[in-house]
Design a protein around this ligand. Sequence first.
Ligand SMILES: NC(=O)c1ccc[n+]([C@@H]2O[C@H](COP(=O)([O-])OP(=O)(O)OC[C@H]3O[C@@H](n4cnc5c(N)ncnc54)[C@H](OP(=O)(O)O)[C@@H]3O)[C@@H](O)[C@H]2O)c1
Length: 112
Amino acid sequence: MEFSSTQSTNNNKDNNMAKSFTFANEDMPNLSTKIAIVTGGNIGIGFEVVRQLLLHEATVIMACRNQQRMDAAIAKLLEETKVPPEKLVGLILDVSNFASIEQFVTNFSSYV
Ligand SMILES: NC(=O)c1ccc[n+]([C@@H]2O[C@H](COP(=O)([O-])OP(=O)(O)OC[C@H]3O[C@@H](n4cnc5c(N)ncnc54)[C@H](OP(=O)(O)O)[C@@H]3O)[C@@H](O)[C@H]2O)c1
């Protein structure tokens, strides 16, 4: 996986100068002291982000709105990455629902 982006800089010398950069998996440092929260991690881009964080030894909180889809994604990621199960924790979160967000914060606070 490689990310690439172009950002506008905003300095006095050259207001419209564009600065581009790429970020590849190999650029990711060891993340064994970090806890990452990934929303939308059960599929697509979020799933791949979780995979790469696990492969770089982060502890990952996968925050998804659907328990079944989250459980299936966790099982698949544990199988593929072979990381210990305690490195990948699933917590329910629907980002469109304030009550769900508050509950997620409570659950996350008791996890850490
Ligand atoms: N954390 C993030 O910022 C994040 C994560 C992933 C994707 N995205 C963005 O989504 C777009 C498409 O990416 P994709 O191809 O990977 O899309 P995708 O395959 O459709 O996945 C989108 C993810 O977002 C989840 N999601 C959608 N609404 C949600 C809500 N209200 N609460 C919690 N989770 C919700 C989906 O969960 P369900 O399976 O339950 O529908 C799914 O896991 C891109 O623009 C990408 O930047 C952002």
